[in-house]
Design a protein around this ligand. Structure first.
Ligand SMILES: [Fe+2]
Length: 429
């Protein structure tokens, strides 16, 4: 959904910014790096680069370019992610066995679509721009989602290499963090969802609707590695009474004993990051934990996870609607969560650092209607068996975080850059 009045010049400028940023993220990676799929959830870098290009070709060029013909017939099959209405697609779990097109040829595909998109936008009258801008803008935000996924995915790819390759960023100095505080939030009937005039949103952030909240408290920062070590030392991964049944089953089946990227070397916990493998830094936020682990930690701490409505209302109350989201997002190029600033009675680490698990199932808001046609498959069909995360992470592009943004992953997912903020009091909405 867009509320922006686009001109051709503004669309062209934004198109160039978003597209060139993807290429900057891929630039440190060799063609071999870009080909690996280390597990079914992970996509190769070159697949991300091609798929976001396919999105513009399929949803913008195909219906608006005179004499349209696809760049390559088979690319429609290879780079369709999940759009059933567009046609058959290649098996997601086997993207890593596709050696051709290589990274170089994906670059040619990108260049071709970029030139055609620029020609198209250049030649549109304002009336046509008003009709197609929403889809082009969706393409910008779609590509930003994949910029984040590209980094999460290459982190996993590189984690499996015994040479421990570095992508970028630098380790933070060893830090500790001050005590976690609480922000009291008044309850009542509150408005949740995307507000008109607030710029772009995905369809799943609509419609704006009312939710009743009991008064509650929200932790003023994320849970740290040091606090997670206390949970582990107290048998956190060995005590079934702390866990949801499905979570405990995964602990036993998968042998979970620590966050996803932690390894025990001679009794010392190390963490894999995009800038190498280092001893776990106690003051940084714990990251790469599943919803099940976040929930078990909250139970151990005698607290709970916030609902998504509590999170959104607390953030709007604390930061104000007009505030531009800022924090440790991808433009800081830390590529990793960083320590909280000293407490000041307000919420810290809201945007960036780690996506924050909520206790809310990913469901349609009352009155939700997916868009007509294939583009309606973007969000709505995933509204089962997933939990909502809020806030963004250190790999989220700036301009892609907002109070109403609803990210979602299955509760067992650990490769996403996810962390934990606690809530207390009140009652789930
Ligand atoms: Fe996609």
């Amino acid at each position: 959904m867009t509320a922006t009045q686009w001109t051709a010049a503004a669309l062209l400028q934004r198109y160039d910014e978003v597209r060139s940023h993807t290429e900057r993220l891929a630039a440190p990676l060799s063609p071999e790096d870009q080909t690996v799929q280390s597990m079914p959830d992970v996509s190769p870098t070159k697949w991300h680069r091609a798929h976001v290009t396919w999105f513009f070709e399929t949803f913008v060029l195909a219906s608006n370019e005179a004499g349209f013909a696809p760049f390559q017939d088979q690319y429609w099959f290879l780079f369709n992610s999940y759009y059933e209405a567009v046609g058959p697609r290649y098996n997601r779990a086997e993207r890593g066995v596709i050696s051709r097109p290589g990274a170089h040829d994906v670059g040619l595909y990108r260049g071709n679509v970029d030139a055609r998109m620029q020609d198209l936008i250049d030649g549109l009258d304002q009336g046509t721009i008003d009709k197609v801008a929403a889809t082009i803008e969706l393409g910008f935000h779609h590509e930003q989602q994949h910029q984040e996924l590209l980094l999460m995915d290459i982190k996993h790819v590189l984690s499996l290499n015994p040479l421990r390759p570095v992508y970028g960023g630098a380790p933070a100095p060893l830090v500790d963090t001050d005590r976690m505080g609480w922000v009291e939030v008044e309850g009542g009937l509150v408005e949740i969802g995307h507000r008109e005039g607030a710029g772009f949103s995905f369809d799943n952030e609509l419609p704006l609707h009312q939710v009743y909240l009991e008064p509650f408290r929200l932790a003023d920062r994320l849970i740290t590695n040091g606090e997670w070590l206390e949970f582990m030392a107290d048998g956190g991964y060995r005590r079934p009474e702390l866990w949801l049944s499905d979570g405990w089953a995964q602990v036993k089946t998968n042998g979970w004993a620590a966050p996803f990227y932690w390894s025990d070397y001679d009794g010392v916990w190390f963490e894999h990051t995009l800038h190498g493998t280092f001893p776990v830094n106690p003051g940084l936020p714990v990251s790469h934990v599943s919803h099940y682990e976040a929930d078990a930690y909250a139970t151990w701490a005698g607290k709970r996870l916030p609902t998504e409505a509590e999170w959104e209302h607390a953030v709007r109350t604390d930061t104000g609607d007009a505030a531009e989201p800022h924090g440790n997002l991808a433009d800081t190029e830390t590529f990793h969560p960083r320590a909280a600033e000293p407490g000041n009675g307000r919420l810290r680490q809201v945007y960036g650092d780690c996506w924050e698990w909520t206790s809310s199932a990913y469901l349609p808001y009352p009155g939700f209607h997916p868009a007509a046609g294939a583009i309606g498959e973007y969000n709505g069909k995933f509204m089962s068996n997933q939990m909502v995360l809020r806030g963004g992470c250190a790999l989220t592009p700036p301009g892609h975080a907002r109070a109403s943004y609803r990210n979602f992953f299955p509760p067992g997912a650990r490769w996403a850059l996810s962390g934990v903020r606690l809530a207390d009091g009140g009652a789930p909405a």
